[in-house]
Design a protein. Sequence first.
Lengths: 377, 245
Amino acid sequence: MFRLALKMLYGDLAKFLMLIGGLTFCALLMAQQTGVFCGLMRWTTATIRNAGVPIWVCDAKVEQVNEVVALRDIEVNRVRSVDGVEWAVPMYWSIIQTRLRDGSFQQVQLTGLDSTTLIGRPPVMKEGNVEDLRQPNAVIVDQIAVKKFAQKNLELHVGDVFEINDKEARVVGICEAEQSFMGQPYVYTTYERALEYAPPQRKQLSFILAKARDGVPQSEVLARINAIPGLSAYTADDFADRTFAWYFKYTGIPISFGTVVALGIVVGIAIAGQTFYLFVHENVRHLAALKAMGASNATLAEMVFLQAFTVGLVGYGLGTGMTAMMGRAFLSKGEPPFFLPWQVLAFTAGIIVFICLFAASIGLLKVYRAEPAVVFR
Amino acid sequence: MSETNGQSTRQLAVNTAGVTKAFGRGESAVHALKGVNFEAHCGEMVMIVGPSGCGKTTFLSVLCGTMKADAGSVDVFGTDLIHLGTSRLTAFRGQNVGFIFQQFNLIPTWNIVENASVPMLLNGHSRKDAEHEAARLLTEVGLGQRLEAYPRQLSGGQQQRVAIARSLVHQPRLLICDEPTASLDAASGRKVMELLKATASRPDRCVIVVTHDSRIFSFADRIAEMEDGVVKAIHSAGEYTAHYL
C-alpha cells in the first residue's frame, strides 16, 4: 500500500509541488538564515581561532574577546609564575587607523605578537615568511586588507608601505585569516612594535596567551590563574562561548534572525498544513472507500504519514541543498557570513519533521472521522 | 410477506432480526431502520428496492459492517457484527465483503490493476500476487487490453467493470452492490449486470444489490421491498415485476 500511497501523492501534481515548494522555502529560510546567523556569530570569535592558543587570560572585567581592558605588562610574569603554566606570552590587540599611500584611511585590527615566539601568529601565510616580522617596521596583513585596499584602487603587495599612526609599516607577508565581526583587516606585528604604533596608554597589554604544561589538567591551571586578583582565564572554547553569550545578551542580532526563522516555520506550517489538509480532504472519499474495503486506521495513518514525510524529505533536501549552494556562493565572495554546522541541519530537520507531523495529524483527524459508510452516500 | 420456495435448503449467508438505527437524538431523531428482519442465502442475488429515504442504504451499511446498528442482530456467515469491535469489524469486511459503489470510488491516480488489487493488498497478499489476480479478473471482465489505463481514461461502464474486478479479487463471500447501474446508460447497465451475474454469482457467495433501476430486476433471485425502515415484503423477481411494474 505504501507504493500506492506515494502514487496517490504524486498523482496530484499541483498539490505535491505546492507542498514541496512550501517545505523547501521553509527549510531554505531556516537553514540559510541560521547559517548566516552562525556565520555572523563565528565572525565575533575570529580573533580567538586565528590565534590558535589554548588559554586566554584577560582583565577580570572583560566579557568578550572584542573588548579590551588593558593590563599591566607585569601580569605576563605573574601568569608565567603559576604552577603548571608551560608558557605565557603577551598579545596586543586594538582597532587603529592606517593611512594608505594615496592619503586615504583604513581601520585595521592591530595585533602584536610576542617577538620571541610569535605565538598567536596568523594561521596561514599566502606570501612571505612570518619570521620576517622581526625585521624593522615589518607587518603582515591578511587577505581582507588586500581586498579593502583593492576597493580603494590600491594594490597591496609584499614590500609595500603604509602608515600606522604616522609611523611606517612595511608589508613583509600576506596571510589568510578568518574575517572578524567588524570586518577590519588583521595587521600582525610584534608586541613591542605594536606598542610603538598604538597611542600611548598607562596599561597596554590586551591579552596573555598561555598553555598548560603537558600532564597538568588545564582546569587546574585555569583555576590557579583565576586566583590571581584582577585576572580571568578561559579556554579558547569558553572564551568563544562568553563572546557568543555577550552578543546574544547585548545585541538584537539573535532576535532579528530568530524572527525570520520563526517566520519560516510559520509559513511552512501554514502552507504545508493547509495544503496537506486539502489533499487529504479531497481524498477522504477514496480513503473512506479503502476503510470500507478493510483498511485499518493504522494502515491509513501509515499511508498519510508516508505521504507527509516524503514531501518533508524532498522539501528538506531541496531547501538545505539550495542553502548549501548559496552558502558556497557567499563563502567564495567572503560576504555575507555563512557557517552551516550539522546542528543547523539537525535543527532544520527537526522543524520539518514537526511540520510534517502537524500536517499529517490534521489530515489524519479527517481520515479517522471519516465513516466508511460515507461511500454509500 | 411472501417467501420464495427452496431458500431454506441453502446455507444462510445473512440473517438480521429487529435491526434498528436512528440518527440524532430526542424528538429530532430520524429512525432510518425500525426493526428490519431479513435473510439472504449463499448462491443467490437479492435486490433491495424501495423509495428514497426508506432505509435501503442504511440497511446495506449495517449489513456489510460499515455502520453499527443500534439494536437487533446482524449475523453474516455466522459472525455477529453487532458485537464485533472496530478493528475486528474492519478485518471482517476486508476478508469477507466485496463492494461495488454507485460512484465506483476508483482512485484516479492508480491504474486499474492497482485499483483492482487493493482488497488483496489489504489482506496481506504480495503486490505480485494481487496484481496478477487483479489482471486476471480485469481480463475476465473484458479489460485485458487496458490494464495500464487510469480510471479517467475509461467510460462509466468500464469503470464499473473495474469495480467488479476489485470487489471479487479477494474472493469475498458477501458482495454488496450499491446502485451499481445508477451512473450508467441502459446498455452499459445491462452489460454490467450480466457480467456481475456471470462472474459474481457462485454457490458459496451471496450478492446483495440496492437499486432503483427497474431494468435490472430480472437479474435478481429475490427482491426485498423496503418501506419506512422495514422490509415490507420479499418476492421472486418474476413475481415482483409482474405485480408492481
